[in-house]
Design a protein around this ligand. Structure first.
Ligand SMILES: Nc1ncnc2c1ncn2[C@@H]1O[C@H](COP(=O)(O)OP(=O)(O)OP(=O)(O)O)[C@@H](O)[C@H]1O
Ligand SMILES: [Mg+2]
Length: 347
């Protein structure tokens, strides 16, 4: 490498950062033959290349200069199959996908509180919002006011609260009510970006909050990740209908191991008297789990506090009363007993 050229490059600022391109380590190579110089740069932000190029050419006036951008390795466009899934999250020891056949049964609430309950046990936990069209997690985890931040090497920095890391498309939109009008192929690539380009660090658990139904995103998650446990959420009314069964059958057919079934909004606790009302009868979730030979992980009642705390971004398992904390902790304990997770002893 020519020292003289290198010294000139030390004078070239990287736009808006106040450091030189040599300091930032983006000069990949310098080739010189007499007055002919070829400089290769490895820049993440390609839009800034012409500015840097112009500065270099200007400072090396006496030379015949060519500035090149290093070819980036193309992202693997090889999609996995459900029989042989890719692993786009090798940093996560275990992956839990929380799903249901229908909307509004409490997947996001369950995902949030399970993730926090795992973190309370000392595990390193990431919570990924795969509900790209209805991203509810930022509000539930109290980070709705935050915006996406970029770290070094073009990595996205996840938000953090209650001891877990959180990534959601909701953090990328200017306001929580901005709708995303995306074709599903775009949504799928955004999801893959959240798996590959987020600075998750090492995780014991990546908990994924799935959108309702059995569509493209569910399939993508099953094809691009080796899911350790699919967790199904249902409500007592749903037990009677086919949607939950469809979600169970889909998991079974595509070979996703099922961690178990949770019955949410099982019974009602009257806020004034604390009395329990079995509005929809009792035992439906358990019976459904038995019918499909999957573990029953527990019941969570319909509790007004769960709703209002969740809306305020105050997860019940962290900030609720002892009873509310207990529902989620009991489910996590059962999940940890039931599923052969890969784990070091918690710190
Ligand atoms: N056990 C519960 N008691 C009272 N309210 C609850 C309970 N579980 C969830 N909710 C409330 O029900 C609503 C729907 O819950 P949530 O958003 O978790 O469902 P979802 O399955 O993720 O919905 P979607 O399919 O739209 O993503 C929320 O307002 C939430 O606060
Ligand atoms: Mg949801």
């Amino acid at each position: 490498m020519s020292r003289e050229i290198w010294r000139v490059l030390e004078q070239v600022p990287y736009p808006k950062i106040g450091k030189s391109i040599t300091e930032l380590g983006i000069v990949e190579g310098i080739q010189q033959e007499g007055k002919r110089v070829t400089i290769t740069l490895n820049m993440a932000n390609r839009e800034l290349f012409p500015i840097v190029e112009a500065t270099i050419v200007d400072l090396l006036k006496g030379y015949d200069v060519e500035v090149k951008l290093k070819e980036r390795r193309k992202k693997s466009i090889h999609y996995g199959s459900t029989a042989n899934p890719n692993n786009r999250a090798p940093y996560a020891k275990n992956i839990i996908a929380v799903t249901s056949g229908k909307g509004g049964v409490g997947k996001s609430t369950v995902s949030t509180n399970l993730a926090i309950a795992l973190a309370q046990k000392g595990y390193r936990v990431g919570l990924l919002d795969a509900d790209l069209y209805g991203p509810d997690l930022p509000r539930m985890v109290g980070v709705a006011h935050e915006q996406l931040r970029w770290g070094e090497g073009d990595k996205i920095i996840p938000s953090e609260n209650f001891g877990i890391k959180i990534m959601s498309v909701g953090l990328t939109t200017p306001t929580p009510d901005t709708p995303l009008v995306w074709r599903s192929s775009v949504a799928v690539s955004a999801l893959i970006q959240f798996l590959e380009d987020v600075e998750w660090g090492e995780l014991d658990f990546l908990v994924i909050d799935m959108p309702p139904g059995t569509g493209d995103i569910q399939l993508t998650v099953a094809q691009e990740l080796p899911i350790t446990a699919g967790v199904l959420v249902t409500t007592p009314q749903m037990v009677a209908v086919d949607d939950v069964s469809r979600a169970i059958v889909m998991f079974k057919e595509i070979g996703v191991p099922i961690g178990g079934l949770i019955e949410n909004m099982s019974y009602f606790i009257a806020p004034d008297t604390g009395r329990r009302y079995n509005i929809f009868g009792e035992g439906g979730g358990r019976a459904l789990a038995e019918r499909y030979s999957i573990p029953f992980l527990g019941e969570i009642p319909l509790d007004m506090e769960i709703r209002s705390l969740s809306d305020q971004g105050r997860p019940p398992v962290a900030l609720g009363d002892g009873r509310q904390k207990g529902y989620y902790r009991a489910i996590v304990d059962r999940l940890l007993q039931t599923v052969p997770f890969t784990l070091d002893p918690p710190s």
